[in-house]
Design a protein around this ligand. Structure first.
Ligand code: BTN
Length: 322
């Protein structure tokens, strides 16, 4: 019914439809129409209602569909197969289910909302409806498992380049290994979940969360001081479809560079955008807490810290605070 009602409004091309006209066309009561209009409002549609004239559709929600993304997409593989959902627990879970059903490389899962979005180190990812990009991409890189950190850093470089291209007003920096920050506040996070057999990667699900069109009031109190969105920082509404397509394009180009020339050019690009280098980084491992100055990446993608006594220590997956 919601769909038929919407179709009616769309066909009206912005003209008013009276309650009587709608109930005749759809053969339902005016009370039922009112209820469906309320439900559409909850989905993000806006209407103008004028007594005795009826309703007019003013705007539709910014809802992602493959048709919005495809016109911007320049990739050969990544994003050639897109699944969009209104609500999922986590796009990571959906992507993993699709892989078990044979999803090919490049399959992209998108959701308007996640009820159990997850971040690194078991954290929750705040995923309010329609405001962010919540996506998981299936990649099947032919590399050994121990080189996965390269891909973590590569994804951060791709995302940083995509954001700078689509939202040139902002200048994000990468916090090791792959958070993107603007003015010290987080705007996106990347989570790689992989499966391997005999040291060989089978697949990676690259999960990306980007805070696009959130307003400050969309954040819970505890996130307010440390999170921001591209809209807050740039003062403009973000075209999510364009940003997704640009990210996939950048990622595919960087994968090609990585396969052709190895980690070295990716490392240079990462270091050029790093917020972490030169900063004091506090970290911890099984032996306790320590801190040092971040000086660069090693060839495996670990972060090299110079300790107060001049020695160097490399961290790979610790929780860093800088
Ligand atoms: C982090 O910063 O800790 C990583 C956050 C990754 C969040 C994204 S949102 C889409 C995908 N689905 C999830 O459940 N998590 C990732």
């Amino acid at each position: 019914m919601k769909h038929r009602l919407l179709e009616l409004f769309k066909n009206a091309g912005g003209a008013y439809l009276s309650g009587g006209d709608i109930s005749k066309a759809l053969e339902v009561s005016r009370t039922a129409i009112w209820k469906h209009i309320q439900a559409l409002k909850e989905d993000g549609y806006t209407f103008e209602a004028i007594p005795r004239r009826g309703y007019r559709l003013l705007s539709q929600p910014d809802k992602l569909s493959p048709a919005d993304i495809l016109p911007y997409l320049r990739t050969r593989v990544l994003g050639q197969n897109i699944h969009c959902f209104d609500e999922v627990d986590s796009t990571q879970n959906v992507a993993q289910r699709l892989i078990r059903d044979g999803a090919p490389e490049g399959t992209l899962v998108l959701a308007e909302r996640q009820t159990a979005g997850r971040g690194r180190l078991g954290r929750h990812w705040h995923s309010p409806k329609g405001k962010g990009i919540y996506m998981s991409l299936v990649v099947k890189p032919e590399i050994p498992l121990h080189l996965t950190p390269h891909l973590t850093l590569l994804a951060a470089v791709a995302l940083n380049r995509a954001i700078r291209k689509v939202v040139p007003e902002v200048h994000p920096a990468i916090k090791w290994p792959n958070d993107l920050l603007i003015n010290g506040k987080k705007i996106s996070g990347i989570l790689l979940e992989s499966s391997a057999e005999n040291e060989q990667l089978q697949y990676i699900v690259t999960g990306v969360g980007i805070s696009c069109n959130l307003e400050q009031s969309d954040y819970p109190e505890e996130l307010n001081p440390k999170a921001t969105s591209l809209m807050i920082e740039s003062g403009k509404r973000i075209d999510r479809a364009r940003l997704i397509a640009e990210f996939l394009g950048q990622l595919e180009e960087l994968y090609a560079l990585y396969y052709a020339q190895g980690f070295s050019p990716i490392r240079t690009l990462w270091e050029a955008s790093a917020a972490t280098l030169g900063q004091t980084v506090r970290s911890s491992d099984a032996n306790g807490n320590f801190e040092g100055t971040a000086v660069g990446l090693n060839e495996w993608g670990g972060l090299i810290l110079r300790m107060a006594d001049g020695t160097e220590r490399t961290i790979y997956s610790a929780d860093t605070r800088n």
